[in-house]
Design a protein around this ligand. Structure first.
Ligand code: PEP
Length: 255
């Protein structure tokens, strides 16, 4: 089954709302409408930029989508500083990143919390981009498949098969994020294929064939083509390279 690739730009804590508008305009100007027939493109700005991106996307009827980098497990209430799934849905977000390794590391996010966030996102019609990935020492000890598949199964705990349909998985080895050290296509394919097998074992082969599994970690225009050629790599989650309009659109064109 052909899965439509997705290129997702994770801006992390970069760009104010004016810079966000400029970058989205640049992407929109550089990618022809026809491009989106083959590939989905989304940007994941900081919360403070989302309303500006929404206004631009809606006003100019742009074909790229947008989302957020995190979400609260709660719908509303006394959770100072948090942003809920209903708020993101109201802003027209399509995706939300859940369980990024930077959240797991700097905010102590556990598999259990990631699971609650995934459920909150799905409940409000957002597609969670569920990030999994091993640290270098885990890979060196040969535990990367076990580590990533168990992170994925924990993130999806309690979901029905039809809910998992709306999930995007991102394999992001921690040692490759922001380091310039990209996984080889065969390393990426090995883990992405294992994640798909884990989905098939739990939810059936049909579902596993529908879910997109992305690779993330130092993806650039110079390496994206070889990564997305892999059978089980359905696109990329791109950090640093998504902040430069020219580089990002070049990367998209090569995906
Ligand atoms: C990321 O933050 O999800 C990421 C993949 O970052 P980078 O592309 O900069 O490695």
């Amino acid at each position: 089954m052909a899965r439509k690739p997705l290129i997702a730009g994770n801006w992390k804590m970069n760009l104010n709302h004016l810079e966000a508008i400029a970058l989205v305009q640049k992407i929109a100007f550089s990618l022809p409408e026809k491009y989106y027939e083959k590939v989905d493109v989304t940007v994941l700005p900081p919360f403070t930029d989302i309303r500006s991106v929404q206004t631009l996307v809606d006003g100019d009827k742009l074909l790229l989508t947008y989302g957020a980098q995190d979400v609260s497990p709660h719908d509303s209430g006394a959770y100072t500083g948090d942003i809920s799934a209903p708020m993101l849905a109201k802003l027209g977000c399509t995706y939300v990143v859940v369980g990024h390794s930077e959240r797991r590391e700097y905010h102590g996010e556990t598999d259990e919390l990631v699971n609650k966030k995934v459920r909150a996102a799905l409940k409000h019609g957002l597609s969670p981009i569920v990030c999994v990935g091993e640290q270098l020492e885990v890979r060196e000890a040969g535990g990367h498949i076990e580590h990533t598949t168990s992170q994925l199964i924990a993130a999806l705990k309690g979901l029905k098969t039809e809910q998992v349909n709306n999930v995007v998985v991102a394999y992001e080895p921690v040692w490759a994020i922001g380091t310039g050290r990209v996984a080889t296509p065969s390393d990426a394919e090995e883990v992405c294929a294992a994640l798909r097998t884990a989905l098939a074992d739990k939810y059936g082969a049909d579902l596993a064939q529908r879910v997109r599994v992305l690779y993330g970690g130092s993806v650039k225009s110079s390496n994206v083509a070889d990564l997305v050629k892999c059978d089980n790599v359905d696109g990329a989650l791109v950090g640093g390279a998504s902040l430069d309009g020219e580089e990002f659109t070049k990367l998209c064109a090569l995906a």
